[in-house]
Design a protein around this ligand. Structure first.
Ligand code: PLP
Length: 450
């Protein structure tokens, strides 16, 4: 290993990193990313990488969009900060709320702003509780999520997240949050079970849990249309219909966590459109500003909005909100970002390039290490297995994912290893030649590690 640079050493000394093994970090040191352009980022040694994950599933318009820089600078010059508490507002937050509601074609009624997806999901939990208190249903408070679902890291949102590393060492999950199975047919399907039968079984499992807990205690079901951090899990086509039917039967609210799938990732403006989800609440973040600034939104359908609005009148206020809720610079950047997505047809591009990505990855199906290729639109994963026929995973689990993640850097590619699945989620601006280049760099990496 070459000697660490001063910036790497200072990072090790002073910076505790999220989602990082601090002991290993002190040994290997960080990779210092200095600048970005289009789908590429560059480190301080001048090395170029295709950002195959759009950073954290989030930089839709690429890494150097001057219009977003200008939008931020203009708003900074005009009104760098103002809040939205106690009957105050400002134009960018109003315009963004209106735009988001319009994008849902009127399905949603209003927008509430937070800084992150975690805070947005935390807000959802509080809103769901507030809603049921307003209706006098004081026991209807449990929320059902899925194993491998990802909803954030605050105490409450991490309790919805169905991944062990988010619970281990933190005394989580909270008792009110329950989990059902991950709708991953390749891994969770029984021998001989069709995808359709699997989806039926998943919905039956949800119904059994609601009945065991008592329908008068279950408030909401939350899920990502396509799971991201859990390994890019695309559910069977009829899964969401069946799940929603169970929710409606027991008056359980449906929450679509679209933090990754919002703004075109699946080739539709929202993932809900693709799967026929009719959410009572929607959660948006990441691609809302292409992550140039932190921002998230909770969108409420009229059913929930009207009850919350009325109850805030009875209680004297809706006692929830963040200093930076609807921050003027973040909302101005979001508006410009959405304008770019619309003007450049990036949702349509995601649909077109998604087909190129999915078919070039599916061409790897015969590779001896490839167990499953999955995805839709511009999000995909390739699951590697020790034995293709029996689907036996590697021992230890994640060994191959970690090896590919590391080695890919040498081929100028940043991907994510999720156990032994390699995830792809490139910026929505990617073109055909770049998709082939990205997949080519991945194949070269695979040859190195096999
Ligand atoms: N929900 C989903 C689906 C996510 O993918 C994420 C982050 O990856 C979150 C919520 C949490 O968002 P944040 O990291 O902004 O708190």
């Amino acid at each position: 290993m070459s000697a660490l640079s001063p910036i790497q050493n200072r990072d090790i000394s002073y910076h505790l990193h999220p989602y990082t093994n601090a002991v290993k970090h002190a040994q290997v040191g960080p990779r210092v990313i200095e600048r970005g352009q289009g789908i590429y980022v560059y480190d301080d040694q001048g090395r170029e990488y295709i950002e195959g994950m759009s950073g954290l599933w989030s930089v839709a318009v690429g890494f150097n969009e001057p219009r977003l820089v200008r939008a931020a600078a203009d708003q900074m010059g005009k009104l760098p900060f103002y809040h939205t508490f106690s009957h105050k507002t400002h134009t960018p937050s109003v315009e963004l709320a209106e735009k988001l509601v319009q994008l849902t074609k009127g399905r949603m009624r209003s927008a509430f702003f937070t800084n992150s997806g975690s805070e947005a999901n935390d807000t959802v939990i509080k809103m769901v509780w507030y809603y049921n208190n307003a209706l006098g249903r004081t026991n209807k408070k449990k929320i059902i999520a899925r194993n491998k679902g990802y909803h954030g890291v605050t105490v409450a949102s991490a309790s919805l997240t169905g991944l062990a590393p988010n619970h281990r060492g933190f005394d989580l999950p909270l008792a009110q949050m329950k989990h059902v199975s991950c709708p991953h047919w390749y891994r969770e399907g029984q021998p001989g079970e069709t995808e359709e039968a699997f989806a039926t079984r998943m919905a039956a499992e949800l119904e059994t849990l609601i009945l065991e807990e008592g329908p008068d205690t279950v408030a909401a079901f939350i899920g990502e249309p396509v799971m991201g951090a859990g390994g890019v899990i695309v559910p069977p086509a009829t899964y969401w219909d069946k799940i929603q039917a169970v929710c409606r039967k027991y008056d359980v609210l449906v929450v679509a966590d679209e933090v990754i799938t919002g703004f075109g990732r699946l080739g539709t403006m929202f993932g809900s459109q693709k799967f026929g989800i009719e959410p009572d609440i929607m959660v948006l973040s990441k691609q809302i500003t292409s992550s140039y600034l932190p921002l998230a939104a909770v969108l409420l359908g009229d059913k929930v909005h009207s009850v919350i609005a009325r109850y805030s009148g009875e209680l004297g206020t809706f006692g929830h909100g963040y200093t930076a809720s609807g921050h003027p610079v973040a909302t101005a950047v979001a508006l410009e970002n959405i304008r770019i997505i619309e003007e450049r047809g990036l949702v349509e591009n995601a649909a077109r390039m998604g087909e190129v990505l999915q078919s070039s990855l599916r061409a790897l199906n015969d590779h001896p290490l490839v167990g499953e290729v999955r995805g839709t639109g511009l999000i995909a994963a390739v699951e590697l297995v020790a034995d293709k026929n029996t689907r036996r995973p590697f021992d230890p689990l994640g060994k191959m994912g970690a090896a590919i993640f590391e080695k890919a850097h040498e081929h100028g590619l940043i991907v994510r290893g999720i156990q032994d699945s390699i995830a792809f989620c490139p910026p929505l601006i990617i073109d055909e030649q770049q998709v082939h280049d990205m997949v080519g760099r991945y194949v070269d990496t695979l040859e190195d590690v096999r």
